[in-house]
Write a protein that binds this ligand. Structure first.
Ligand code: ADP
Ligand code: MG
Length: 159
């Protein structure tokens, strides 16, 4: 059992492929942060916890409630920029942040697998599936055995 899988890195700009249009912004982690997970896990959608740590210029914008351990869904997928030779991790945090947090350190504990990546025939089908993923994540994290991970010492300081 490979879980929990630990991820940590500075949030990067992605391709801006319209995650925000889908109501699902995804914080992109650098490839170095994904190497370990990519070597032991398959592409797909995962659930777990994440926490954002403020960069200096962000302190005034992010509120205390933005800087706690929060539930997330994560996509581990092939990165077209590297001709699909590398995997990339994108994390949607289930929280309404006060601002973007590019350049901030982020940590994540990946706790389980939800489904493989699928090709979507329509934008509506994709949006439906994302909504299902969020419910699956919250239901899974509500199990008593997962509560301890939200207070894991892994999250107590940035990387
Ligand atoms: P990009 O292609 O640059 O990753 P996105 O549309 O996926 O663009 O937006 C991701 C950015 O949105 C993150 O890097 C972060 O700064 C911001 N953001 C705001 N709210 C969230 C959230 N709930 N989960 C993840 N990222 C968020
Ligand atoms: Mg993104």
């Amino acid at each position: 059992d490979p879980y929990p899988i630990r991820l940590e890195g500075i949030v990067q700009h992605g391709f801006g492929r319209g995650s925000k249009d889908l109501g699902c912004p995804t914080a992109n982690l650098p490839d170095e942060s994904t190497t370990h997970m990519a070597s032991i896990a398959r592409p797909g959608v995962y659930y777990g916890y994440a926490r954002v740590y403020p960069a200096n210029e962000q302190i005034s914008e992010l509120r205390p409630e933005d800087l706690v351990v929060l539930p997330m869904v994560m996509s581990l997928g092939w990165n077209p920029f590297y001709k699909n030779e590398r995997m990339t991790a994108e994390i949607h945090v289930m929280h309404q942040f006060n601002s973007d947090f590019y350049g901030c350190d982020m940590k994540a504990l990946v706790l389980g697998y939800i489904r493989p990546e699928l090709d979507y025939i329509s934008r509506e089908a994709l949006i439906d599936d994302i909504e299902t993923d969020k419910k699956v994540s919250l239901n899974s994290l509500a199990r008593p055995s997962y509560g301890k991970y939200a207070s894991d010492s892994f999250f107590s300081s940035p990387g």
